[in-house]
Every structure is written in structure tokens, then in C-alpha cells.
Design a protein around this ligand. Structure first.
Ligand code: ADP
Length: 246
């Protein structure tokens, strides 16, 4: 029987000098889900992604990706297991073209009986073109990344993750600094991505959250304040109090 959840976060906790930035947090992510984490500044949102991708070591708890415990794995092992992470600031290679940026991120090959087997060039080119279309950059393949708009750089970075074929993508404020039109297209992109993957997004723009979220987790002081559909959390008196109460 297929497991219902691809990611199970249970009692996840991290303390910095005795301060619990994430405090016994639990949440489960299903296949084809876009989970959005919202919450006030300092709620622990970025730290949660840092813990899942292995950048920060947890004090306690468990993060299971299928049946693998991520908390005991290194960052590169977590990437290889199928969990991709995009940080807030785009980090593309400005001097390289869109094509070259995607090519660099393409997995180099896979090991068969200890020997590295490289993909055929034509397969790589076809995959790069397919990804470029998905991220709205099919006409910019030969453009240097330096000449792309801020929004296009964000898409390119998402493409650089997609080409590694992750099952779970984690994105930290992907539409920060984007125009309204770019935000709409990013929502379209995420809705396309969850056709065959899951996504965890940290986001502040509520209009954008409404366009993409399957479920929302409201984080407050490192704990879940509310969880469920956008409508449910928006009408939750506890959420209203945290956002409007001070
Ligand atoms: P958010 O992303 O919701 O704004 P963060 O996850 O960045 O919140 O931070 C949550 C809390 O943890 C903040 O009070 C922050 O100062 C603290 N924090 C995060 N990382 C560290 C660290 N490496 N050392 C000490 N404190 C940290």
C-alpha cells in the first residue's frame, strides 16, 4: 500500500542557547501538496526549512522522508534523497547562460556497479529545453543570467532544482520582489510543479498563498498555531489575534 505522506515532521525542536526557535513541531506533507508556512517574523519558518534540509542540526524530534530519517543525514545526502531547497536570494551564475546554468545543475550521472554512467548529450539538451519551457525561459536559453529580471532569476533557480528531479521542493519567499504579473506566473508554475511533486513554501503575500496553498500551517513561537485550508486558518480566532492583536 502506498504511504499517504511523503514527509512526516514530528516533535521537531531546536534550541539556540536555551531559546526554542522550533518547539515540538509536527506536520505531515502529502504527495502533490503545496504546504504554505506563514507566521510573524521570528516565528521559526526559515529555521524549519533549515532543519529539514540538514543545514541546522535539530535538538530533538524526527523528520521522515518516506522511511528515511533526514535528521541523521548530511545536506548533500538529503538533496540526493530527493529534497531540494531554494533560498530567498537567487543564486544563479550571472556570467553563464540560462542553458549553462541548467546544464551545471543537471545530475552528472548515476553509478552502475561502481562506474559512473553519463547521460547522453541529446537527453540532457531535451531535458534542459523542457525545464526552460516550464519556467517560462524557453526564449532566453542563450541569454546570460545577468540580463534576466529578478523574477526570471528566481524561476531559473527553481529550474535548477527541478532538473535534479526532487520529490519535495522547499522555497523560501519565492515571489519576494516580483511584479504582479510575475507572481501570477509563479503561482501557475507551482500549481504545475505539484502535479508530480510536493512543495513547502514560506510566504507572506496572502493573495499568492490563496493561489497556491493546498494547506496552510500558521507558525507562532516555533509551534503550530493553526493548520488547514486557507479559509479555515484565516477565520481561526487565534490567527486573527496573532496578526491583528499586537
Ligand atoms: P522566521 O523565518 O519565521 O522569521 P527564523 O526561523 O528566521 O524566523 O527565526 C526564528 C528565531 O530563531 C528568531 O528569534 C531567530 O533570531 C532565532 N534564530 C534563528 N537561527 C538562529 C541561530 N543560528 N542562532 C540563534 N538564533 C537563531
Amino acid at each position: 500500500m502506498q504511504e499517504r505522506f511523503i514527509l512526516k515532521v514530528e516533535d521537531l525542536t531546536v534550541s539556540f542557547d536555551g531559546f526554542k526557535a522550533v518547539d515540538a513541531l509536527s506536520f505531515y506533507v502529502e504527495p502533490n501538496e503545496c504546504r504554505v508556512i506563514i507566521g510573524p517574523n521570528g516565528a521559526g519558518k526559515t529555521t524549519v526549512l533549515d532543519l529539514i534540509c540538514g543545514r541546522t542540526k535539530a535538538t530533538a524530534g524526527s523528520v521522515k522522508f518516506h522511511d528515511q530519517e533526514l535528521l541523521t543525514m548530511r545536506e548533500d545526502q538529503i538533496v540526493n534523497a530527493g529534497v531540494g531547497r531554494k533560498f530567498q536570494t537567487p543564486s544563479v551564475y550571472e556570467d553563464l547562460t540560462v542553458f549553462e546554468n541548467l546544464e551545471l545543475s543537471y545530475p552528472k550521472g548515476h553509478s552502475v556497479f561502481g562506474a559512473l554512467v553519463f547521460k547522453r548529450d541529446t537527453d540532457v539538451r531535451a531535458r534542459i529545453k523542457e525545464i526552460a519551457e516550464t519556467i517560462f525561459l524557453a526564449d532566453q536559453l542563450d541569454e546570460k543570467a545577468a540580463f534576466l529580471s529578478h523574477g526570471q532569476k528566481q524561476w531559473l533557480e527553481i529550474g535548477m532544482l527541478l532538473i535534479q528531479d526532487p520529490e519535495l521542493l522547499m522555497l523560501d519567499e519565492p515571489v519576494a520582489g516580483m511584479s504582479v504579473a510575475e507572481r501570477k506566473k509563479t503561482a501557475e508554475l507551482l500549481n504545475r510543479i505539484i502535479q508530480d511533486r510536493s512543495v513547502i513554501v514560506i510566504e507572506h503575500d496572502m493573495g499568492f498563498v490563496a493561489d497556491i496553498a493546498t494547506r496552510v500551517t500558521v507558525l507562532h513561537q516555533g509551534k503550530t498555531l493553526s493548520e488547514g485550508s486557507m479559509e479555515r486558518v484565516q477565520n481561526d480566532p487565534k490567527v486573527v489575534e496573532v496578526y491583528l492583536g499586537h
